[in-house]
Design a protein around this ligand. Structure first.
Ligand code: HEC
Ligand code: HEC
Ligand code: HEC
Ligand code: HEC
Ligand code: HEC
Ligand code: HEC
Ligand code: HEC
Ligand code: HEC
Ligand code: HEC
Ligand code: HEC
Length: 493
């Protein structure tokens, strides 16, 4: 009995099929099922739709993972060919640009002859089919591949310092620590209407001065003993004047109306503390004074309060001709105009407006337009090349980053420099419980001020921005080495 074969089959040898045959049959079956059948999708959109509706494997079976969350929309989830236009070809920039047609470069591509654009590498920085990771790569290499050594990228005479990572503790080992910050601020030149403004970019280390034309000493107002306010002594806090905007990133503008006027009224006649001039155009202020003193003048002459019409008629009937002129001169200071003018001189040149404003005076003998308030431009975004969010730092005291209480002049720049940030933030990997931060935590890439990607592609002015980085990545054997993902490989072992 022992040499008799059982009549059930235990192994391949028991069948008439050889090992090799089975391998081949299985291979062809898999090839047919998962390559040839889905390839029908490439024939036409109709075929693709029909396949996806059938129980047969469609091009979905080629997918190496879910699409990233923002892309999980029907147009993309069911239409692989929107991105994979030609089989066995890397995803082209043009596919991405068909929807993201407003994508910009981050530097002036006509200025810098960075290696060539091959039209295919949005995908070098934007990962697909790799949930739950982000669609944007988060590692420093993304940026340091160029920024660690700007000369090597071919950037033309750039003034940008080299940067390879952020954080104090690595500084010893690094060639290119993050540079100290620069601020971008508005600076005025000239006077009054002829004033021009320009954006100046200055290193904080050079102790720059701002010129907004507003006069404001922080220290006087932040006196810990408090200052005089209508309701008595008040100790002011930063958030009496600075509150975050809707998004929580920056601060709402400080205004005279909301933040100053409660204490600094625009009273001009000590006998009538209820009356104030309007805050704004100096000519309107002067005309208001003129009306006010005309009314007073008429009241004294008529022995009763004049009607508004009487005031207007009086103002419009301006004296002319020699007789009248002599009469006007006789009235001189006593006249409403003289009074308005002298009060104007007082508030514009000595007290009220002069407290907070730079005033330009035109001495050419004009009555109106004699005083001009120099325009005010308060810098809003001091660090436009990076992102900052006050809301995310609400646990910290303002004084950790801004020496408000110590500032005597509005021209002081109160922005924090690198060491302040490095006390909490470190490079892409955490260290000493510090907050890990890669370049993209603080920086954007696409810059709305630069030319758009498609234009650069079409004009050829931009070169292969990415070729350089892809090369670096391969050399580094980076886990996202693009060449292995570059081609759609449906039959993975
Ligand atoms: C939003 C664009 C987009 C869509 C839509 C898309 N893919 Fe991809 N796919 C990519 C990108 C980008 C890569 C990375 C390859 C590269 O660098 O070009 C990729 C790679 C692949 C790879 C190779 C993966 C690897 O790890 O090597 C396969 C397979 C693939 N896609 C299948 C699919 C299938 C199937 C669909 C439809 C369900 C699909 N893709 C839809 C953008 C897309
Ligand atoms: C069919 C149109 C379409 C195509 C093609 C497409 N996308 Fe998108 N993409 C979208 C939509 C829609 C969103 C979601 C937009 C949003 O949330 O504001 C999105 C979001 C994104 C985001 C994230 C935006 C965010 O705020 O998080 C990135 C990055 C992105 N796409 C890159 C790409 C890349 C790279 C390609 C080419 C491989 C590509 N897209 C192809 C439609 C498309
Ligand atoms: C060198 C890396 C890099 C390349 C190349 C790149 N991106 Fe981005 N992209 C980023 C980074 C980093 C962000 C996130 C920061 C930001 O919003 O600027 C981003 C954000 C985006 C966003 C969402 C934010 C936005 O600006 O609307 C879209 C959409 C996008 N990229 C599309 C593209 C497309 C399309 C291409 C190719 C034409 C491309 N990107 C090439 C790095 C890159
Ligand atoms: C292909 C090379 C390359 C890559 C990749 C690259 N950059 Fe740049 N970057 C440049 C060049 C070139 C300039 C312009 C230099 C100049 O104008 O002097 C620049 C300028 C900048 C500037 C200054 C912008 C300005 O307006 O002055 C910042 C900030 C910056 N890059 C950050 C980044 C970040 C963050 C990343 C990664 C998401 C990145 N870069 C990726 C080449 C690159
Ligand atoms: C009475 C209102 C007021 C108070 C209170 C106040 N500020 Fe200001 N702050 C201003 C005004 C007005 C400006 C604009 C001055 C300019 O630059 O022309 C300003 C500007 C700033 C700026 C940006 C300008 C720069 O040069 O960097 C910072 C930062 C700032 N304040 C921080 C603080 C901090 C911190 C506190 C609390 C310690 C504080 N401020 C309290 C009115 C105030
Ligand atoms: C809570 C009341 C209060 C508010 C609100 C206030 N101030 Fe003052 N401010 C004062 C007092 C009181 C003084 C006089 C302090 C002194 O001379 O000792 C003063 C003085 C000044 C001075 C003259 C400083 C000097 O050295 O003589 C300027 C300029 C000024 N304030 C501007 C402003 C501006 C601009 C705002 C709004 C952004 C503002 N103040 C908001 C109470 C206030
Ligand atoms: C306590 C300080 C203070 C006093 C006093 C003051 N202003 Fe202002 N003024 C401001 C501030 C702060 C701004 C900028 C923010 C805003 O528009 O409220 C401003 C803005 C202006 C502007 C607009 C400037 C521009 O370029 O946008 C004019 C014009 C002006 N003031 C005129 C006057 C006149 C005229 C007086 C006197 C009657 C006066 N101000 C008194 C604080 C003051
Ligand atoms: C914790 C936040 C933070 C991180 C992380 C960070 N930066 Fe910055 N970076 C800044 C700030 C803030 C500025 C100054 C902003 C400005 O100039 O408008 C700046 C400025 C720059 C500049 C302009 C320097 C110049 O000379 O004008 C470059 C280039 C730059 N960063 C590149 C990088 C690169 C590359 C990385 C990653 C290796 C990185 N940064 C990481 C915050 C950061
Ligand atoms: C962790 C550091 C940090 C802290 C804490 C901080 N700031 Fe700032 N602040 C910054 C930086 C960085 C900028 C420049 C942001 C930019 O231009 O992108 C800034 C800008 C400002 C500006 C000028 C720009 C604007 O929005 O008007 C004011 C005013 C200001 N901060 C006030 C405050 C006040 C008030 C507090 C406390 C409630 C505070 N900051 C807390 C770092 C900080
Ligand atoms: C007291 C510690 C501390 C200091 C100082 C500090 N940060 Fe932060 N920062 C944090 C923490 C904690 C977070 C994370 C908050 C969150 O995610 O809600 C953060 C988040 C950020 C973010 C958002 C990044 C992200 O991924 O969410 C940026 C950008 C940033 N910080 C920039 C700066 C800059 C620029 C400075 C210097 C001017 C600075 N920080 C100083 C603690 C700090």
């Amino acid at each position: 009995m022992s040499d008799q074969k059982p009549d059930y089959k235990l192994s391949l040898e028991d069948t008439r099929l050889s090992k090799r045959w089975v391998s081949w049959i299985l291979f062809v079956a898999i090839l047919t099922l998962f390559l040839i059948v889905p390839m029908a999708s490439l024939v036409s959109d109709d075929a693709a739709d029909a396949l996806r509706g059938s129980p047969l494997p469609s091009d979905n079976s080629w997918s190496s993972g879910h699409l990233s969350k923002p892309h999980r929309i029907p147009e993309l989830n069911q239409n692989c060919q929107v991105c994979h236009v030609n089989a066995f070809e890397v995803v082209q920039d043009n596919s991405c640009l068909s929807c993201h047609d407003d994508t910009n470069h981050h530097f002036d591509t006509s200025m810098h002859d960075i290696t060539k654009l091959d039209g295919s590498r949005c995908a070098s920085c934007h990962i697909e089919h790799d949930e739950p990771s982000s669609i944007v790569r988060q590692d420093d290499k993304l940026c340091s591949s160029c920024h660690a050594d700007m000369d090597k990228t071919g950037a033309v005479s750039t003034e940008l310092a080299d940067v390879d990572s952020f954080g104090n503790e690595q500084r010893r080992k690094r060639n290119a620590p993050h540079p100290s910050f620069k601020v971008s601020m508005l600076v005025s030149e000239g006077k009054a209407d002829a004033m021009t403004w320009s954006m100046r970019r200055v290193a904080l280390a050079d102790k720059p001065l701002e010129k907004s034309n507003l006069i404001f000493p922080h220290n006087v107002h932040l006196d810990p003993e408090g200052i005089d306010a209508p309701e008595g002594n008040q100790v002011m806090q930063c958030n009496d004047c600075h509150v975050t905007d809707g998004a929580g990133q920056l601060m709402r503008p400080v205004t005279m109306e909301n933040n100053c006027r409660s204490c600094h009224t625009l009273v001009f006649d000590p006998d009538e503390p209820q009356r104030e001039v309007p805050h704004g155009d100096p000519d309107t202020v002067l005309l208001t004074l003129e009306e006010y003193y005309s009314r007073q003048f008429l009241r004294d002459s008529l022995g009763r309060n004049p009607t508004p019409q009487e005031v207007r008629d009086f103002i419009l009937r301006r004296p002319g001709g020699t007789v009248a002129r002599r009469a006007e001169q006789a009235l001189n200071l006593a006249s409403p105009w003289g009074k308005a003018n002298s009060v104007g001189k007082e508030i514009f040149e000595k007290t009220t407006c002069k407290t907070c404003h730079e005033i330009s005076i035109d001495d050419s003998g004009k009555y109106l337009s004699k005083w001009r308030v120099d325009p005010i431009r308060i810098t809003k975004k001091w660090m436009p090349k990076s992102e900052f969010d006050h809301y995310k730092h609400r646990a910290s005291d303002c004084s950790l980053c801004h020496d408000g209480a110590g500032s005597e002049q509005a021209s002081d720049v109160l922005m924090p420099d690198l060491p302040v940030c490095e006390s909490c933030h470190t490079g892409e990997r955490t260290h000493e419980n510090k907050t890990p931060s890669s370049c993209v935590s603080c920086h954007q890439f696409h810059s709305p001020e630069q030319n758009d990607w498609r234009q650069a592609l079409e004009s050829g002015s931009a070169r292969k921005i990415i070729e350089q980085i892809s090369l670096d990545w391969q050399q580094d054997d980076h886990h996202l080495a693009t060449d292995s993902r570059a081609v759609i490989a449906p039959l993975k072992p």
